[in-house]
Write a protein that binds this ligand. Structure first.
Ligand code: AMP
Length: 280
């Protein structure tokens, strides 16, 4: 497994691999890898001849009061896991490789970028769209892999790729969960044992909504109330948002239809967690 730190070397690797007849898969991550990340790697390995995984804790997607400095970094374990998966390249640039001194160009997905997490975390999706655009331009992959766990991010990136006409196919992989149902996240390691228990309320709320939809309920206000009722038992968990939205636009819908995104974000202590469900 090759470790690459510069854009020039990554692009050269990608072009040579394509000339040799391979499809190139890219899996962007911020490291602190878990089975959710590795599910994206599995999908990429199954569908592409060569796979690169980027590990880059992107400073521009963190707000000034957020956890950039303490974001978990587990480089050795990450590399061991990726090597075991048969990954070809780990792209691990220093921040100055991605944001050259004086860098002043950003990608802003208007509207979408300020909804859901973009509303709670101003500037977050501008940072995400910018870094993903830069990674796609650097690696020139045929396919790039993202998790449904960050469903609003998926909507923003789909829009960006369509609007910029980037020649890449986005592949979205299902949410990987802990055995008790908590959606895997690098931030779960921030949780104390007690918070870890309380965090299950996100999954319970999502399950209750899924069951109501399966039972025929379609009114998004009723479904949001079902989700909220679960949080009522857990007053120490603060709801950030509960939303039923069109997955393409992230705008609220009154009636849940197939493909509607039902998403929750909540604070468990200092840790903000996400979960969601796509209506069948
Ligand atoms: P991150 O390192 O948190 O930026 O995540 C990198 C990629 O892994 C993103 O596309 C995430 O949506 C995806 N991901 C994170 N957690 C999960 C999960 N539990 N299941 C599936 N994909 C995930």
């Amino acid at each position: 497994m090759r470790i690459i730190q510069t854009i020039a070397e990554l692009r050269q690797w990608s072009r040579e691999a394509r000339r040799a007849g391979n499809l190139i898969g890219l899996v962007p991550t911020m490291g602190a890898l878990h089975a959710g990340h590795l599910s994206l790697v599995h999908a990429a390995k199954a569908q592409c001849g060569r796979v690169a995984v980027s590990i880059f804790v992107n400073p521009t997607q963190f707000g000034p009061t957020e956890d950039l400095a303490k974001y978990p970094r587990t480089w050795d374990a990450d590399c061991a896991a990726l090597e075991a998966e048969g990954v070809d390249v780990v792209f691990a640039p220093v921040p100055e490789e991605i944001y050259r001194p004086g860098s002043s160009t950003f990608v802003e997905v208007e509207g979408l970028g300020s909804r859901l997490d973009g509303q709670s975390r101003p500037g977050h999706f501008r940072g995400v769209a910018t870094v993903v655009a830069k990674l796609l331009i650097a690696a020139e992959p045929d396919r790039a892999y993202f998790g449904q766990k960050d469903a609003a991010q998926v909507a923003v990136l789909r829009r960006m790729v369509a609007d910029l006409g980037l020649p890449v196919e986005l592949k979205i992989c299902p949410i990987v969960r802990e055995p008790d149902g908590l959606a895997m996240s690098s931030r779960n390691r921030y949780l104390s044992a007690e918070e870890r228990q309380r965090a299950l309320v996100l999954r319970q709320a999502i399950d209750a909504v899924a069951a109501s939809i399966a039972g025929g309920e379609r009114d998004s206000e009723v479904l949001k109330a079902v989700a909220r009722a679960n949080f009522a038992d857990q007053p120490s968990v603060q709801i950030d948002y509960i939303a039923a939205v069109d997955w393409a636009t992230l705008l609220p819908v009154a009636i849940v239809a197939p493909g509607t995104l039902f998403a929750v974000a909540a604070w468990v202590g200092e840790t903000r967690l996400l979960d969601n469900f796509i209506a069948p």
